[in-house]
Design a protein around this ligand. Structure first.
Ligand code: URA
Length: 237
């Protein structure tokens, strides 16, 4: 880890003093976040931008689609030493997950070192659809269905829950399988939606983000994204 102004100077972009000015003026971004703190430390995989121009762009961008198993956390490291999604992909590049899935949720998650793509997929204004299969307790009645059609208020903000299908009803076990597509990424959102209908989620799997699906990736398997898929994700901006 090195001080940001030293790294900028080492790329020959500016003298160290000039680099300090650029930082204080808010002209420097590290991994897409403006940094105005002179002591900030960076390493060789951090992406540094000055006035919108990446100055260390020799770092290869990588993109993976993972079918996350249950019992793995969506983070780059864990203080309790639990396995993370990053541990499942052997790469020397410092990657991180875009968005999150709960510890017990399985399914599709993208990992990358591309902060710009992460921003595109996470930004609420881009309305990226995400589809989940939720096994819930109980069977939806007419009132539940009506409420889902109208949208559900979670923490004082309405979620559009109108895009859902009942895929299966198990009358013996009194459970249902619901496919639901939502356009936001608040934590535990699907569990909170069904909890508010008194149908707690028993099992949750994300099956789709925008046009990307799991296809035949088994749990714990991953694949690199194709260039045309990366371009298509960028076009969702
Ligand atoms: N909603 C949830 O409740 N959990 C997830 O992991 C993803 C969406």
């Amino acid at each position: 880890m090195e001080r940001l102004q030293k790294v900028i100077a080492s790329y020959g972009y500016a003298s160290r003093r000039k680099a300090e000015e650029l930082i204080l003026n808010g002209q420097v971004k590290v991994n897409d976040t403006i940094v105005t703190e002179l002591g900030t430390k960076v390493n060789s995989t951090d992406i540094i931008e000055i006035d919108g121009q990446v100055i260390n762009n020799e770092i290869k961008k990588v993109y993976y689609l993972l079918n996350k198993p249950s019992g793995v956390i969506t983070s780059t490291k864990d203080e309790k030493n639990r396995q993370t999604v990053v541990d499942l992909i052997p790469t020397s590049t410092r990657i991180y997950p875009i968005g999150r899935l709960d510890y017990d949720t399985t399914g599709l998650i993208i990992l990358t070192n591309d902060g710009e793509l992460a921003n595109i997929l996470m930004h609420p204004k881009n309305n990226i659809p995400k589809t989940y299969l939720a096994r819930i307790n109980g069977l939806l009645n007419k009132d539940d269905i009506e409420r889902l059609k109208n949208g559900i208020v979670i923490d004082n903000r309405k979620v559009d829950t109108s895009d859902f299908k009942i895929k299966d009803k198990n009358f013996d076990k009194k459970t249902s399988l619901i496919e639901i597509t939502i356009h936001e990424g608040r934590n535990h959102i699907v569990k909170n939606i069904f909890a508010s209908l008194n149908h707690p989620v028993i099992k949750l799997k994300r099956t789709k983000i925008a046009f990307l699906t799991l296809d035949d990736l088994k749990i714990g398997e991953y694949r690199p994204l194709k260039i045309k898929e990366i371009k298509k994700l960028y076009s969702l901006k």
